[in-house]
Design a binder for this molecule. Sequence first.
Ligand code: SF4
Length: 379
Amino acid sequence: MKGGHRPIEGGAVRPAGDGAGAPLLVLEDVARTFDVSPPWLNRVLERRPRTLLHAVDGVSLAIERGETLALVGESGCGKSTVARLIVGLHAPTRGTLRFDGTVLAGDGAGAVAPAARRLARRGMQMIFQDPYASLNPRWRVRDIVAEPILARSSAVPPREIDTRVAALLAQVGLAASDGAKYPHQFSGGQRQRISIARALSTEPRFLVCDEPTSALDVSVQAQVLNLMRDLQRRLGLTYLFISHNLAVVHHVADRVGVMYLGRVVEIAPTRRLFALPQHPYTRMLLEAVPDLSIVGRERVAVAGEVPNPLDPPPGCTFHPRCPSAEDRCRREAPMLRRCAAGGEVACHAVEEGRLDVRVPLPLLPDGPRAGRAAAGNPL
Ligand code: SF4
């Protein structure tokens, strides 16, 4: 989250290593395909081929230590699948995933001992979107928070567990006595605090936050975001923040990656992305954010529908919705390339200088307007 460290330019994958200067997390050409074919007998009788869904299609990015990288995009763009690939809930179909110098999946993972991979994975945890569904309603808070500690070592004495749970609850603004209660006795914001305490119980360095505030009221969202920012500052955490809410992303992220149909189409420092969006899709998203300060100017809605991911368009998958599409866009998929404004963009028109991307969009401030934007988010 925005804080006391220098955001890096672009999302280029730098050489990894064990040194403190290397990125904490590196994804290289990571893809995940799901087989959504009908049952074998139906396929044979109907002579239909397998149906594959390319949920993530060649994502490469690097996350620096202490940084907050946000991924945004419409539903189905693959951002939550990226989160699940990172924490190991899905295995990548292609590509390499490296965390703190250890290859967790992909090329070279076979050479790493399973115990070393398990040890590395302990350095990351996930906070889920729905604090109502992610906490076991039959368990007391003390047991929920203690579970990851006991999963690591069942030999920890109960008294030490109690001390650690009390410290974790205090860290997220809850009382030690709350450990004796059940999740239903708490509000949504308090439940998300319990989820954060549970995530912190194994002392991770990296948190994957999958829409951590989208199920909460706007007023409570700010409290939880501020808590996460404080924890990041105090504990030196690194965040991957998945969100569909551009106002929240503007508030918390150092860099933002925009995803469309399984690919990153633009990645840049937050201020640059909001002030000078380059990719036509990013511009479309930001143009659609409601803004009462621009009275009289017509808002441009995000045009068209996301294509069927089972049958994506050839070339640039955004071309059916893009006002700047030309023949090359229908034939050739653009690669993510560094652009003069900073960051990286995957667009032929930007590469060819066909777009006037110098006109800055008004920045979303952190404040009341951000709240309005949250209420009418285009995603
Ligand atoms: Fe539009 Fe072509 Fe750029 Fe795709 S590559 S965003 S279709 S201009």
